[in-house]
Design a protein around this ligand. Structure first.
Ligand code: LLP
Length: 446
């Protein structure tokens, strides 16, 4: 992987020379220099002082790098990357990805509008989701989006009905549930029969047999997405093989052009737990090549996950029996992944003479629960985490928080949502201001 980083030198978006520094495991452009965390060329503490905490900080170069890694890995087939907006829908990030050539994977009317807000080409928008409402289908048709990823027979009928009323033809791909275990957390497994997603592969041909009676839908391909944070290649290989078998059987009757295998590529949270993207491509590309189809991918986490940190300040520390608590100003409303999925996010002080991953001298070592201010015992960012002793006022970085961090954040406990900042080299700007107290109840009436 270092070779890729080197290959990218001098190629960043603004033509700035990309510095050849290698960060932890070469996965992002966050790096400690003289005991202080930098995002690209910008000290994280400077941003925190100016915008306050909690704040999400994103690295343009990391997003760009990961987008290019996918593009390069899958360069052996015609490819459309449709970035999955649900991972992080900030308009500045969508704009950056649009400029890199990305299309978008959306799952709601709101996400269609987000993509259009940055002038995305509607013909590069694919729309998945088990519960598309009539209004959302109408919106998708009115904006002439590229493809509806259809998840049930009833949805297919409904799209046909709405398209007929509007005298248009909807382009669709059938989302197939291949009944594959992707070996990830059960809440983010989507391609097993017991999951609500897609059309059971055993029923797919019955649904396809209905198509002649549905003249306002045009079947152009198949879609599947078997889960998220998938760290091994084998589940993809099996899923793609199953879909391709179906594909071959249907290709005689329908001019199928697109094979969408979703997203789900795993990233490094704790250590190098996921296989490199090139290994996924190595298995998938030959299978897809044989179909002469265009490959669609819907990566979310892989592009933005390592590109963001959540910065938070220590409000208090306390001891309760054996337990050490580090109480921060970011909580489960800001980053719900540890509470919801028992997810591990690396945490380290923004300023520290000990680098992450290095031994902490015993007299300075604590085993702490890093918790937030929310009134729930399930409100934590880390449990029993070994850290250098922390004090009130210290700044912490919660790493790999760029995907499903802000996008899953809420106002629980009437907490305004965090600010978001996008860094590009030594430049940075606020791309979502911290919510105000007024905004919390702006839509309410007494
Ligand atoms: N396509 C479809 C149809 C999806 O449902 C998803 C994610 C993606 C693409 C993008 O998957 P990715 O490349 O980001 O893995 N909140 C959870 C993840 C939920 C994923 C939902 N679907 C988490 O924080 O781990």
């Amino acid at each position: 992987m270092p070779s890729l980083r080197t290959a990218r030198m001098g190629r960043n978006r603004k033509g700035l020379k990309t510095l050849p520094y290698i960060s932890i495991k070469n996965m992002d452009f966050f790096e400690y220099r003289q005991g202080e965390l930098f995002c690209e060329e910008t000290p994280v503490s400077r941003i925190a002082e100016e915008v306050g905490t909690p704040a999400y900080i994103y690295s343009t170069r990391t997003i760009t790098e990961h987008y290019h890694r996918i593009e390069e890995a899958f360069s052996g087939v015609p490819l459309l990357i449709c970035y999955s907006i649900k991972a992080n829908g900030n308009l500045a990030i969508l704009k950056l990805l649009k400029e890199l050539g990305s299309g978008f994977d959306v799952v709601s009317g709101g996400e269609i509008m987000r993509a259009l807000a940055v002038d995305a080409d509607p013909r590069r928008i694919v729309f998945a989701g088990v519960g598309k409402t009539d209004e959302e289908i109408e919106l998708g048709l009115a904006k002439d989006i590229f493809l509806f990823n259809v998840e049930s027979e009833q949805e297919l009928e409904n799209i046909n009905r709405i398209a007929a009323r509007k005298a248009v033809k909807a382009r669709v791909a059938l989302r197939i549930n291949p009944n594959i275990d992707p070996a990830t957390h059960k809440y983010i497994t989507t391609g097993k029969r017991e999951n609500k997603f897609g059309i059971d592969i055993k029923k797919a041909e019955d649904v396809i047999a209905r198509l002649p009676s549905l003249p306002n839908v045009e079947l152009l391909g198949f879609h599947c997405h078997i889960g998220s944070q998938i760290t091994t290649v084998a589940p993809y290989e099996t899923a793609v093989q199953k879909i391709i078998e179906l594909f071959s059987r249907c290709q005689q009757s329908y001019p199928l052009k697109y094979l969408n295998i979703g997203g789900g590529f795993g990233i490094f949270y704790k250590e190098e737990e996921a296989r490199p993207i090139a290994e996924f491509a190595e298995k998938i590309v030959p299978l897809v090549s044989a179909t002469h189809c265009e490959l669609l991918l819907e990566p979310g986490r892989f592009i933005v996950g390592n590109a963001g940190i959540l910065t938070t300040r220590v409000l208090y520390t306390k001891q309760s029996g054996e337990h050490t608590f580090v109480i921060c100003d970011a909580g489960m409303n800001d980053l719900i992944r540890p509470s919801l999925y028992q997810a591990y996010h690396r945490i380290w002080p923004v300023k520290s003479d000990i680098l992450p991953g290095h031994a902490i001298p015993a007299e300075r070592r604590v085993l702490a629960d890093v918790v937030g201010p929310v009134c729930e015992s399930g409100d934590f960012l880390a449990k029993e985490r070994e850290l250098p002793r922390l004090s009130r006022g210290d700044l912490l970085a919660v790493f790999s928080a760029g995907a499903y961090g802000f996008s899953m954040s809420s106002n629980y406990n009437s907490r305004p949502r965090a600010a978001e900042v996008l860094v590009d080299g030594a430049d940075w700007r606020v791309v979502r201001r911290r919510e105000s107290y007024e905004s919390l109840f702006a839509e309410e009436m007494e």
